[in-house]
Design a protein around this ligand. Structure first.
Ligand SMILES: NC(=O)c1ccc[n+]([C@@H]2O[C@H](COP(=O)([O-])OP(=O)(O)OC[C@H]3O[C@@H](n4cnc5c(N)ncnc54)[C@H](OP(=O)(O)O)[C@@H]3O)[C@@H](O)[C@H]2O)c1
Length: 256
């Protein structure tokens, strides 16, 4: 057998936000390296499209679930337990982004961003690890998708940035707590990557602002596979001594 510390053969990985953008590509790349995936997202049709794009498509599973619907999440976790779907890793890609200047920030917008970008992922991990489910295997790896906005500032990014910074901070304590179970926890901080999320952003609306964003990235704007490859590293045994860290994958954005 060829030496490959990045092999994911025999690993079952849960990916949230798998119906679009980064999460979809993560699923594709992981499947090519031998992983079986469990795909979470709200939109069943787009989840099915992701599934059809995977290597050995029939081996992967989809669960259409709104992560803000705690009852549905528990139903899915219960179903996974019943069907014996223990997992070796979770990649939390589900998230929302926005550009909101200070005068437009409301309590509701803040709450909504924290609910999906931070709380839903942390609660998902908590519930997977509840004694009665114990769905996450020893030696497992958890990745939270943060953002370079968790490290540097831009006008209108306060709300989004606070959620992404919270992930970078929280993961450190979670990593220490879960090290007792030999489970690793890390964040990835991407710069701007071409996805439906970034295409919907204000800076994609005209050529001039898109150019400005491009110039902020010395290596140019990223592609989804750049982030998927970083996930491979953190999910594979190649990173078995890495926990509580934040892997910046931003084409040099934050190096300035
Ligand atoms: N694209 C970038 O430039 C960039 C840069 C830095 C960080 N990120 C981060 O990377 C992650 C993925 O971003 P992306 O660009 O791939 O975005 P995207 O294409 O908009 O995908 C977002 C995903 O999140 C899911 N989602 C949103 N709300 C949900 C909810 N309540 N319950 C369950 N799933 C929910 C969506 O599911 P449905 O479509 O099924 O509703 C979708 O699969 C996000 O956390 C984002 O903040 C992205």
């Amino acid at each position: 057998m060829e030496y490959n510390p990045f092999s994911l053969l025999g690993k079952r990985i849960l990916i949230t936000g798998a119906s679009s953008g980064i999460g979809r590509e993560v699923a594709i790349v992981l499947s090519k390296l031998g992983a079986t995936t469990i795909l979470f997202g709200r939109d069943r049709e787009r989840l099915q499209i992701t599934k059809n794009m995977l290597q050995n498509a029939t081996e992967h599973l989809i669960y259409s679930v709104d992560l803000l619907d705690s009852e549905k999440v528990m139903f899915v976790i219960h179903d996974m337990k019943e069907r014996g779907f223990n997992i070796d890793g979770v990649i939390n890609c589900a998230g929302i982004s926005s550009t909101i200047v200070l005068r437009s920030i409301t309590e509701e917008k803040l709450q909504n961003h924290f609910n999906i970008n931070v709380n839903s992922g942390v609660l998902l991990i908590k519930n997977l690890l509840l004694k009665k489910y114990s769905l996450l295997n020893e030696g497992g790896s958890i990745v939270f998708m943060s953002s370079v906005m968790g490290l540097v500032g831009e006008v209108g990014k306060t709300t989004y940035a606070m959620t992404k910074g919270a992930l970078i901070a929280g993961v450190k304590s979670l990593a220490i707590e879960l090290a007792l179970k030999k489970i690793r926890v890390n964040t990835i901080s991407p710069g701007v990557v071409k996805t439906p999320m970034s295409s919907a952003s204000f800076y994609s609306k005209n050529e001039e602002s898109l150019k400005k964003i491009e110039l902020l990235h010395p290596l140019g704007i990223g592609n989804v596979e750049d982030i998927a490859n970083a996930c491979v590293y953190l999910i594979s045994d190649a990173s078995k001594w890495v926990t509580g860290s934040n892997l910046i994958v931003d084409g040099g954005y934050s190096a300035r």
